[in-house]
Design a protein around this ligand. Structure first.
Ligand code: DP6
Length: 325
């Protein structure tokens, strides 16, 4: 059976950076995220006995390293199913891949849902998140609805994601200031391997449980300024780890800094606005819906900003009818 799924990318408010188990992709700490309405991946999968190998096209390209990772994930799905056929996979992003907009999150989430459906396997949402996690850690957070926590866990069964508020809960918006659509030099999977070489990494881990509790409490209480301060400091803390790891990871571009400084200026002018950044140069500007248009215009005025993508909270992964092949 051919199946097509759509998954939205997510922005981490409390970040995943470092693994305690590389194979199972168990993170060194838990994380908190929100699914993003206008950044998504649509993936069609069909297992076909006639194929001699997996036939994979991601954004119209067949790339051997991506295909290898996708095939490994299909093997995990084949492991659950009775048949062992190869699969035809076509996947399309609504945005540029690998520039810090979490394409692996939406990509592996959609692959997991379409793959399981195509293979005729029904799992609980918790089990689907555990499987998606093994494709790419952050993918597990793109399965459930809205605002999501991923538990670090010390075994595969204990490291899963769940929704703690649905996508209609809070009108938090995320404007992505796109300053580069180039593929990043160092993939997150590789970059994360050096996290422990930073002298700040142990200090960070000590505070993570408390930070996750506080972040959820701010969201529960819809305390936007408390929340904003926490997520901005958290992003800078993760980048402090990246900057002080060896080999060091410098993901920012001059325009990334220009957007960060604009956010500070807007705050000084009385607007409640904060930023967060993943492993890439693009900045996620976080605000409430009432300020969205004003903030978006200001970001667009910064030289070097190629485009902005406005997002609200989105639902989790779902099946759609329109197949890609
Ligand atoms: C900085 O989920 O891409 O975006 O599990 O190795 O595929 P792998 O890593 P990935 O890492 C995401 C890192 C981050 C922070 C986050 O999303 O929590």
């Amino acid at each position: 059976m051919k199946a097509t799924a759509r998954s939205h990318s997510n922005i981490a408010f409390v970040k995943y950076w470092g693994k305690k188990d590389e194979v199972l992709r168990l993170p060194t700490n838990g994380s908190i995220s929100m699914n993003l309405s206008n950044l998504f991946t649509t993936t069609s999968v069909e297992f076909l006995p006639s194929l001699k190998a997996d036939d994979i096209l991601v954004n119209g390209i067949s790339n051997s390293s991506i295909n290898h990772r996708v095939s490994n994930h299909l093997d995990r799905i084949r492991h659950f199913s009775k048949h062992s056929s190869f699969a035809k996979v076509i996947s399309q992003n609504s945005f540029s891949a690998s520039a810090g907009m979490a394409s692996s999150a939406s990509g592996f989430a959609a692959l997991t849902v379409a793959g399981l459906t195509s293979a005729g396997i029904t799992l609980s949402e918790k089990e689907v998140t555990m499987l998606a996690r093994q494709g790419s850690g952050s993918a597990c957070r793109s399965i459930p609805d809205g605002f999501v926590e991923w538990l670090d866990g010390d075994s595969s069964e204990k490291s899963y994601a769940y929704s703690f508020h649905d996508s209609n809960y809070w009108d938090v918006c995320d404007v992505v200031a796109v300053v580069s659509t180039e593929k990043k030099d160092i993939a997150t999977s590789i970059g994360q391997q050096s996290a422990e070489t930073s002298i700040f990494f142990k200090a960070r881990l000590k505070k993570m449980s408390e930070k996750i509790r506080e972040c959820k409490e701010y969201i529960d209480k819809k305390n936007f300024n408390g929340f904003g301060k926490l997520i901005e400091l958290e992003a800078l803390e993760m980048h402090a780890i990246m900057l002080t790891s060896w080999p060091s990871l410098i993901y920012w571009e001059p325009s990334s800094l220009a957007v960060m400084k604009l956010v500070k200026r807007m705050r000084e002018a009385g607007i409640s606005v904060y930023f967060t950044i993943d492993a890439g140069p693009n900045i996620h500007v976080v605000c409430l819906k009432k300020d969205l248009e004003t903030i978006n215009k200001q970001i667009q005025s910064i030289p070097g900003v190629i485009e902005t993508i406005m997002n609200s909270a989105s639902k989790g992964s779902y099946l759609i009818q329109n197949h890609l092949f």
